[in-house]
Design a protein around this ligand. Structure first.
Ligand code: MN
Length: 289
């Protein structure tokens, strides 16, 4: 049975632009090696925004060397990037953007959501790319709730939406560069969840709402339980109706050097990224039509 390696709480809160009040759950400054292939996780909200017709969010900024994965639980987000990608996602939808060799993008509350106001909640993950794929051309996967395969857990323990990865017959919808699981789990109190996961992979459970008990430890709202990599059996009790994000994957065992919005393998590659961005080589966001 997998045991808990550590339980992580927020490093603190900050605003990303004027749209995203985030708790930094982990980043390349602390647990990127332990959480590999995941480099960073921000939990935005839950918050309540008043209706407005102003644009709230974060304007043009670059990324290189990894992927940003935005999972919306409430509210709506609109995105545009210099690779020509873009779209609006709402509750249940996911944006999987491969920055690869470099994008400039903007992230705002969607106009519809901003106008309506109300609850806002999302997770943004940064997923590392292996060295051989860091300079892959940028791509954008806009994934709707309806496209995400679901499965019911045995005994009425809850449901799982497979954003990425696989389990039994279920196949996640997102294309990934290395094997990983990103699952949105909605779990019912009083049940025990048993899962069989690849030994040697990273496994972590982030609780957005409710409470679980694992390896005799309580994990509550906005807490992340990182499991040891040995053993393949994961079991935990759902002590209060819970929304849990399961993160798993094959660790990318390569040097990692990150600075600001760039995640590379060496300091020289970071310097190059800054230089290329400043020279305009990441392109521009197309003018709005
Ligand atoms: Mn960004």
């Amino acid at each position: 049975m997998k045991t808990v390696s550590l339980i992580k709480r927020s490093n603190g809160s900050h605003w990303v632009g004027d749209g995203f009040p985030v708790q930094s759950i982990f980043s390349y400054r602390d647990l990127a090696r332990e959480l590999s292939p995941f480099v960073l996780m921000d939990y935005a909200g839950p918050a309540d925004f008043a209706p407005t017709d102003e644009r709230r969010g974060v304007g043009a900024h670059p990324h290189r060397g990894f992927e940003t994965v935005t999972i919306v639980y409430a509210g709506g987000v609109s995105h545009r990037d210099s690779g020509g990608g873009g779209g609006t996602i709402g509750a249940g939808d996911v944006q999987w953007m491969t920055a690869g060799s470099g994008v400039v993008h903007e992230e705002f509350h969607s106009p519809e959501y901003a106008h309506r106001g109300g609850p806002f909640e999302m997770v943004q993950l940064w997923v590392n790319l292996p060295a051989k794929d860091k300079m892959t051309p940028p791509t954008y996967q806009g994934i709707t709730d309806a496209e995400i395969p679901r499965a019911t857990l045995p005994g009425g323990a809850g449901t799982v939406r497979f954003i990425a990865g696989e389990y039994g017959q279920a196949r996640g919808v997102a294309h990934t560069f290395t094997p990983m699981n990103v699952w949105d789990m909605r779990l019912n109190a009083g049940h025990t969840v048993h899962l069989e996961l690849p030994e040697g992979h990273t496994t972590a459970l982030f609780v957005l709402h409710g409470e679980i008990r694992i390896d005799d430890q309580r994990v509550g709202t906005a807490e992340l339980a990182l499991m040891e990599r040995n053993d393949s059996e994961l079991a935990f009790d759902v002590t209060d109706e819970a929304t849990v994000l399961l993160l798993g994957g094959e660790p990318i065992d390569e040097p990692l050097v990150a600075q600001g919005p760039f995640v590379m393998n060496t300091g020289a590659e970071i310097t190059q990224a800054i230089h290329d961005y400043q020279a305009g080589r990441f392109g521009r966001i197309p003018a709005a039509t």
